[in-house]
Design a protein around this ligand. Structure first.
Ligand code: PRP
Length: 221
């Protein structure tokens, strides 16, 4: 079944921080986002001006919608795409939602201590790859949110998490011990949708790309 059966391109957008940064970008590309701005508890919206439908979902679920063909396009962080080993086409780096993976802990943490570490994280795969690259076998505890609590409570020796402004780490008196991969928001397309509806998809992507390119030029000036 094609998800364009009702002639609308379905776009799964990560709600929360990504949504807040993406809406102004969509608006700059002349895509009306009034419904998203006034959404209250609604999760799905038809654009009034264009054949687009927006689905608001949590990041990991955006990859599931895409993988299963329930969305044609996903807007989601590269952290989630890597962790969930997404196999869809990444067409655009939106240059927003910029953050970075870090290894952090309480001030007294010794990364070189000769013991098997316990690491708390929302990203077990990325964490395992990082410690594998260091030749270290660690125990990983999957945490769903407020990861910073793990070293503060003694649940883990350290955490691997993303930081954007650094505020959460600072305000909880944690320290960064290493910097891992950088993260940004990406536009990803379902492979089958791209084969079936290349014109509609490329036209949408080009619309967004023009704004991203213009913004990039302004920043680098
Ligand atoms: C993320 C991340 C940190 C925080 C870092 O959590 O896991 O906790 O943001 O941001 P900062 O460097 O700007 O302070 P998020 O707020 O997305 O959700 P969570 O607390 O539920 O994990």
């Amino acid at each position: 079944m094609s998800s364009l059966d009702n002639k609308r391109l379905k776009i799964a957008l990560t709600k929360g921080r990504v949504e807040k940064q993406v809406v102004p970008l969509l608006e700059a590309a002349n895509i009306n986002c009034d419904q998203i701005r006034n959404k209250k508890r609604r999760l799905i919206f038809d654009s009034e001006t264009q054949p687009l439908e927006f689905i608001l979902a949590k990041g990991p679920d955006v990859t599931t919608f895409l993988e299963r063909g329930a969305a044609d396009i996903g807007i989601v962080g590269s952290d989630i795409l890597t962790e969930h080993q997404s196999s869809q086409y990444e067409l655009l780096d939106l240059g927003i939602g910029k953050c970075q993976f870090v290894l952090a802990s309480t001030q007294d943490f010794d990364p070189k201590a000769p013991k098997r570490k316990i690491i708390g994280t929302k990203y077990p795969l990325i964490t395992k790859r990082y410690f594998d690259s260091l030749g270290q076998d660690v125990e990983i505890i999957k945490i769903e949110g407020s990861v910073e609590l793990a070293p503060l409570t003694g649940l883990a020796d350290a955490i691997v998490d993303i930081t954007e402004t650094g505020t959460t780490i600072r305000e909880n008196n944690l320290k960064i011990f290493d910097y891992l991969d950088k993260v940004s928001t990406r536009l990803v397309v379902n492979r089958m949708s791209l084969k079936q509806h290349p014109d509609e998809i490329f036209s949408f992507v080009d619309q967004i790309k023009q704004v991203v390119d213009k913004k990039g030029k302004t920043i680098s000036k």
